[in-house]
Ligand binder design. Structure first.
Ligand SMILES: Nc1nc2c(c(CN[C@H]3C=C[C@H](O)[C@@H]3O)cn2[C@@H]2O[C@H](COP(=O)(O)O)[C@@H](O)[C@H]2O)c(=O)[nH]1
Length: 365
């Protein structure tokens, strides 16, 4: 019997005598994002949440989501989102969420990066979705992992064509986006037979497991920071990938997850702005004026981590208030988040924004 076996024997004996079950290696996976968000909220001094406005917002959000019949079905109703429930849609969503970051621009609406598709001009997140759809229409295999690592076919010139703009401004962080495609393509080939379906199947229908798998294996999904000396995870693009697949497949097939409610709000730059206009979140005067001046906040700065962590926690508090109002409501953090993002985009057209979104340039969101 090796030393190792003896140790295990002793450990088991000790556990039995203390009445502690075996270290259950099959314990359900946890992402720790919500726990880290609460830690940030508890230790934030520059960002605050307001419970009165949160309770009022919960009433309004629940009412509007019910009136609109907001559900996973809403995802496919967006004109640019893929409709088929097949592998092509999985590949599309992976590509989209691999690149789903940092669209904001200081140029005017007429000069900012804009994609023309189906006789419409698309900006922001929708410019990415439009560019991918246009690329596929033009017979470019932009959603295929083996294409991303084929440097003869997938040249920088071809990628410039996929992400070409109607204006002089190129897509923000173009070089970083190429790096994300090449890196993800390499890892998918080495570890997942270049198949995103294999990646999803390896998570065995656990949303948290799939998020952790992405964060572990793909550096470009490893969205975390250090706050008060503690590692904090946001995993925004890993989480929104799982959420988009869940919504696109309406919780079935590739979108079937037994722990989907472990997914939190996606800490981006648009929903925090919406939470501010609802009065749920507020900033200390120096941070407030930094945001209003459009002055950059560097990635990893305490202010940025507080905005992101408190936004995740704010959505959790909103969710709890909504459940109190309607215990059987089929509403989780994902649907509240999706709804607030879509609402922000509707309001962007209609009215003056209560505050600009914060300016952090990074590949994380
Ligand atoms: N928290 C959160 N962040 C989201 C989305 C989406 C789009 N999701 C679609 C899928 C289902 C929903 O119904 C939406 O139709 C993009 N973003 C982030 O926003 C930023 C882009 O902003 P702008 O430049 O204004 O387009 C950028 O960081 C991007 O990563 C969301 O849903 N939640």
């Amino acid at each position: 019997m090796s030393d190792d076996d003896v140790d295990h024997e002793l450990l088991d004996l000790l556990r039995k005598s203390l009445g502690i079950g075996p270290a259950d290696s099959s314990a359900p996976p946890e992402t720790k994002v919500l726990q880290n968000a609460e830690f940030i909220y508890d230790n934030s001094i520059d960002v605050a949440l307001d419970m009165r406005h949160t309770k009022l917002a919960a009433i309004e959000i629940l009412k509007q989501m019910q009136e609109r019949g907001y559900s996973t079905k809403t995802w496919s109703e967006h004109p640019l989102h893929p409709k088929a429930k097949d592998e092509n849609t999985v590949n599309f969503i992976f590509t989209m969420d691999l690149l789903n970051f940092s669209f904001w621009s200081e140029k005017s609406e007429d000069e900012r990066f804009t994609v023309s598709y189906q006789d419409k001009r698309w900006t922001g997140y929708w410019s990415l979705v439009a560019a991918l759809q246009r690329g596929l229409d033009e017979e470019i295999s932009i959603t295929s992992p083996s294409f991303w690592i084929n440097e003869e076919e997938c040249t920088e010139e071809v990628l410039r064509k996929v992400f070409r703009s109607e204006t002089d401004e190129e897509i923000p962080m173009f070089q970083e986006r190429i790096r994300c495609l090449r890196e993800a393509g390499q890892i998918l080939e080495e570890e997942f037979d270049s198949s995103i379906i294999t990646l999803i199947e390896d998570a065995k229908h656990s949303a948290a497991g799939l998020v952790n798998l992405l964060a572990e294996r793909f550096p470009c999904f490893r969205d975390e920071g250090k706050f008060e000396g503690k590692k904090v995870r946001f995993l925004k693009r890993a989480q929104i990938f799982v959420a988009d697949v869940w919504a696109a497949f309406e919780g079935e097939g590739y979108g079937e997850f037994n722990d989907i409610d472990k997914i939190t709000m996606f800490a981006d730059y648009r929903v925090p702005q919406m939470l501010y206009s609802l009065g749920c979140i507020s900033f200390c005067p120096p941070l407030d004026s930094r945001i209003r001046r459009h002055d950059p906040i560097e990635s990893g700065h305490s202010w940025e981590l507080q905005i992101r962590g408190c936004s995740i926690w704010a959505i959790e508090l909103l969710r709890r208030e909504i459940v109190k109002l309607q215990p059987d409501a089929k509403i989780n953090a994902i649907l509240i988040d999706f709804f607030l993002y879509d609402l922000a985009k509707e309001r962007e057209q209609a009215e003056e924004e209560a505050i600009p979104h914060h300016r952090t340039r990074s590949i994380w969101y």
